[in-house]
Design a protein around this ligand. Structure first.
Ligand SMILES: Cc1cc2nc3c(=O)[nH]c(=O)nc-3n(C[C@H](O)[C@H](O)[C@H](O)COP(=O)(O)O)c2cc1C
Length: 285
């Protein structure tokens, strides 16, 4: 009887202890769920990627830091091409200033860069080589002359096999005006900020280009020296601003540059808004 009484007392005490323990309120459970720590890290030589990084960090209210090479790339375009190419060819990447942020503290890291030779610029390679990003969610973003988000994202996935690479954002340097609105949609679609966004329909199947569609393609790429191609097939879809075309095009040899081999087949995205001239938004080679 005495034992039974003791057992009842102990059991009651245990129950009281459990119910008095630290309790998770609905609010702090919610907070843990919706507030991953986010950092925006970027390299930018001429300011384009910096503009995108600033826009992202401002919209997220996230911490932001620039990756700064010890020896700046402060030569002209040709000098930068030569130095960058040499570094890539030799695998000798530039030293960078120590990163002040403790990346271990963050769950999601937005990594921004200009596309150089189809991938992220060498200071970002140095950063990736020296920092442990295992288990992080990485969001690539970039600026480029014609394209490179897809190829650089693939390289990032290879360089960081133990990180989760999320869908990235890329914009042509010539279209930076369109960037703030696109970033807003991008961050909402990724669930990083709240708000409505337009989910675009898939492109339908490609069909051979009509004369009118070929003219849209030619106008969009006219004067851009890196594209010397003719459209073969196309598909289009409605977007909030107008119509978006996805062209398949084939590069042709350049008489003036016989040493530059044709790049083969490429995908070219073109947007037509109202009565404005068609513009290409990115090329995937
Ligand atoms: C060395 C070098 C290589 C580049 N390679 C490419 C490239 O492969 N593809 C491309 O579309 N643009 C290329 N660009 C253009 C840059 O990506 C573009 O100007 C970018 O917006 C610069 O960003 P920043 O102002 O943040 O430095 C290259 C520019 C430089 C200087």
């Amino acid at each position: 009887m005495k034992n039974l009484k003791m057992t009842i007392v102990l059991a009651t005490m245990t129950l009281v202890a459990i119910s008095c323990g630290p309790k998770k309120t609905t609010e702090n459970v919610e907070e843990e769920k919706v507030a991953p720590k986010m950092l925006v890290l970027y390299y930018s030589q001429t300011g384009n990627t910096k503009a995108v990084a600033t826009e992202i960090a401002t919209k997220l209210g996230a911490d932001i830091e620039e990756i700064v090479p010890v020896q700046l790339y402060d030569g002209d375009f040709q000098a930068t091409i030569e130095r960058g190419k040499k570094e890539l060819d030799e695998g000798a990447f530039p030293e960078i200033q120590p990163i002040k942020a403790d990346v271990n503290k963050y769950d999601v890291i937005f990594i921004g860069y200009p596309v150089w030779f189809g991938t992220y610029a060498p200071p970002v390679i140095t950063f990736l080589n020296q920092v442990d990003l295992n288990g992080k969610k990485l969001v690539p973003f970039c600026t480029f002359g014609s394209g490179g988000l897809e190829s650089s994202t693939k390289d990032l996935a290879e360089a960081e096999p133990n990180a989760e690479i999320l869908l990235g954002y890329g914009v042509r340097a010539a279209r930076l005006d369109a960037m703030p609105k696109e970033i807003d949609q991008f961050l909402k679609a990724g669930g990083f900020i709240e708000g409505e966004y337009t989910k675009l329909e898939e492109f339908p199947e490609q069909h051979p280009v009509s004369e009118e569609e070929a003219a849209i393609f030619d106008t969009a790429v006219y004067g851009y020296p890196m594209i010397h191609a003719k459209a073969t097939t196309v598909a289009s879809r409605i977007i909030p601003e107008g119509t978006e075309y996805l062209f398949t095009a084939v590069d042709s040899p350049r008489e003036e540059k016989p040493d530059m081999p044709p790049a083969g087949e490429m995908q070219v995205y073109v947007t037509v808004t109202g009565d404005q001239a068609p513009v290409f938004t990115k090329v995937i080679r």
